[in-house]
Design a protein around this ligand. Structure first.
Ligand SMILES: Nc1ncnc2c1ncn2[C@@H]1O[C@H](COP(=O)(O)OP(=O)(O)OP(=O)(O)O)[C@@H](O)[C@H]1O
Ligand SMILES: O=P(O)(O)OC[C@H]1O[C@H](OP(=O)(O)OP(=O)(O)O)[C@H](O)[C@@H]1O
Ligand SMILES: [Mg+2]
Length: 283
């Protein structure tokens, strides 16, 4: 049976469970149990600290893991990166006190920088040829400059709210991250097949998140124009309406193009337009 490691609690826990649930996999929400058997797929779920997931997967303690790419890059264990999961988006950035005179990365020469990501930061400084003093701390990195522990920090930024409330300014965006699915390097054939079934489900969920299902009524004589506007998976579905001279068109549209297409369709006489969310999409 496959084993997947997910974060026990914290930022990625809820969305990891939600992804499993959308893939038809039910797991008992663990409060104290660190391992639980799923229903709907032959899978066991291990609940770990996110820092420990890359190592657990690299050792084969878990076959799969859901974890931030930042942790994968920081820990450097050999794992296979299977797919991006579309949540947990953040970046690792250098930030300095608002009052500091910052003109570029040379600022960091000889400075003390506090971080929980010393390896990623060391690689960045090495690339730039900068020698700085990296102080590793486990958490609450943003208060380090205010308490005199460091001159700057390197930490996770998303909205930037935490930096602002600690009097810091983001000056270099170094590493972009989101939650990823990782796999142990040497899975056997049977496990690879199961992993393929799981990633197939995940991909269809992620694909459907970017798409909307649209249906509308249209005068029959404008049909050719509408087909040119609508993409569809192959081409739009067209059904006759009971009322002579009218038809109903159904299509799947990328969210990014949705409103522009709707406006063009309205302009050629589309009415009764319905826009629905897709649950899954199998290409
Ligand atoms: N503000 C944020 N916005 C989006 N994603 C974030 C944010 N903060 C963290 N993440 C992502 O979520 C992951 C887990 O963050 P969290 O703060 O829960 O970690 P943690 O405190 O180290 O948890 P653990 O107890 O499991 O060690 C991070 O490694 C990062 O990939
Ligand atoms: O740019 P922002 O949107 O403010 O997010 C960044 C903050 O989010 C994370 O901490 P989290 O809130 O998960 O708490 P933690 O310190 O307990 O990990 C991260 O460690 C930053 O401190
Ligand atoms: Mg952690």
């Amino acid at each position: 049976m496959l084993k997947i490691a997910i974060q026990a609690k914290g930022r990625l826990n809820e969305q990891s469970l939600e992804l499993l649930s959308e893939a038809g996999i039910r797991v008992a929400e663990s409060k104290r149990k660190l391992i639980s058997r799923a229903e709907g797929f032959p899978l066991e779920v291990l609940y770990l600290r996110d820092d420990d997931i890359p190592q657990a997967v690299s050792m084969g303690v878990a076959d799969l893991g859901i974890v931030g790419l930042n942790e994968v890059a920081e820990k450097g264990f050999a794992v296979e990166q299977l797919m991006d999961l579309g949540f947990g988006g953040c970046r690792l950035s250098l930030a300095v006190p608002r009052t500091a005179d910052y003109e570029g990365p040379d600022f960091f020469r000889g400075k003390r920088v506090a971080t929980s990501y010393p390896n990623i930061l060391a690689r960045y400084f090495a690339e730039k040829g900068i020698e700085a003093d990296i102080h590793t701390i486990e958490g609450s990195v943003e208060i380090a400059p205010a308490v005199g522990m460091s001159d700057a920090i390197f930490d996770i930024v998303s909205s930037g709210g935490t930096l602002i409330s600690n009097g810091l300014t983001e000056v270099e965006k170094v590493f972009f991250s989101e939650a990823v699915l990782i796999a142990a390097p040497d899975l056997d054939r049977a496990k690879r097949t199961e992993v393929g079934q799981l990633t197939f489900r995940f991909n269809s969920i992620l694909d459907s998140r970017d798409m909307k299902y649209v249906l509308m009524n249209l005068p029959q004589e404008r049909l050719d124009e509408a087909i040119r506007i609508l993409p569809g998976m192959r081409s739009p579905t067209v059904l006759p309406l009971a009322q002579e001279g009218w038809c109903s068109i159904h299509a799947v549209i990328d969210k990014a193009q949705l409103w522009e297409r709707i406006e063009r369709l309205k302009a050629i006489g589309a009415e009764g337009i319905l826009i629905l969310s897709l649950e899954n999409m199998i290409r």
